[in-house]
Design a protein around this ligand. Structure first.
Ligand code: CUA
Length: 314
């Protein structure tokens, strides 16, 4: 009874959500199906937990010593064919029932819906870098760490990495997908309401793994279109914040990486381009795979907003 009430109390907490026990509330059909599978498996594992722990406690009481001598032997039993068959068959049936449900849900999790009425899914390329996310939209716009998407529209994300293994993970919008160099993995989402969805890199990828967060901004089609028009003007700042400032500080004042706000290299296009494209020592090649426009956007931003003039003896 104790075990049962404890299990019930915990279950209530777990399924109330947001308590840290249950997965995030899904806002995309594939994420919903993943949660359904989680719930389905929890029903069986929960029942087994209550049964096993309940039996354990019941037996502890029922077969306690009751003053019998320590040397007393219990009855000697060898084999129980019927019981053994039952405790083999039941788990097999449970696994089959779980597997059947998962295979039923799987296509709806994995396959990108056709979305013919909308002219196919919106395709966004996701490039993982140490230590930021880069998003490239169908018309070539680029954003860093912040993915914009229209609400109620199927978005296919094609995920790859420009350096080491990372993992794309926005719990409310679906499962976790590896970002592997030289290989593209696909997932999708169709957000059912506008809002901000938080994600993070789900694979340890180096010293700033924990800073590798992503935000998915889901907005109306109009807002999305308006944002696309401003993307180019925001690119330099986005690159600075996402790929430089995590190590060098938002003002370039230094942090894990050295202070750079008065390093004249910031104003030397070629030398800087080589450094960010190839990396040096502990600095990863943050601009690996960048277009020339991307490099130019960053250089312009550095000159305008980061560089504070050469160091003057102090
Ligand atoms: Cu990228 Cu962890």
């Amino acid at each position: 009874m104790l075990a049962l009430s404890a299990a019930l109390a915990l279950a209530a907490v777990a399924y109330a959500g947001n308590g840290g026990f249950a997965p995030a509330t899904p806002h995309s059909p594939n994420a919903k199906r993943i949660n359904d599978s989680y719930l389905w498996i929890s029903i069986f594992t929960g029942a087994i937990f209550v049964l096993v722990e309940g039996a354990l406690i019941a037996f502890v009481f029922k077969y306690r010593r009751r003053g019998r001598p320590r040397t007393a032997e219990g009855p000697q039993i060898h084999g129980a064919t019927r019981l053994e068959l039952i405790w083999t068959a039941i788990p097999v049936v449970i696994l089959a029932v779980i597997a059947a449900f998962i295979f039923y849900k799987l296509p709806g999790i994995q396959d990108v819906p056709g979305a013919k009425a909308e002219g196919g899914p919106l395709i966004v390329k996701v490039d993982a870098h140490q230590f930021y996310w880069q998003f490239t939209y169908p018309d070539g716009q680029i954003s860093i760490d912040e993915l914009h998407a229209p609400v109620n529209r199927t978005v296919r994300v094609d995920i790859t990495s420009q350096d080491v293994d990372h993992s794309w993970w926005v719990p409310e919008l679906g499962g976790k997908f590896d970002a592997i160099p030289g290989h593209t993995t696909h997932t999708w989402f169709k957000a059912d309401r506008a809002g901000t969805y938080r994600g993070k890199c789900g694979e340890f990828c180096g010293v700033f793994h924990a800073a590798m967060k992503a935000v998915v901004e889901v907005e109306s089609q109009t807002e999305y279109a308006a944002w696309l028009d401003t993307a180019a003007s925001e690119l330099g700042r986005g690159e600075w914040v996402g790929s430089c400032a995590k190590c060098h500080g938002l003002q370039g004042q230094g942090g894990f990486g050295p202070k750079i706000s008065n390093n004249t290299l910031l104003t030397q296009g070629q030398g800087l381009e080589q450094l960010i494209r190839q990396g040096r020592k502990e600095m990863p090649p943050v601009a690996h795979g960048w277009t020339d426009e991307q490099v130019q956007a960053l250089l312009a931003y550095l000159k305008q907003s980061v560089y504070k003039g050469a160091a003057s003896g102090g």
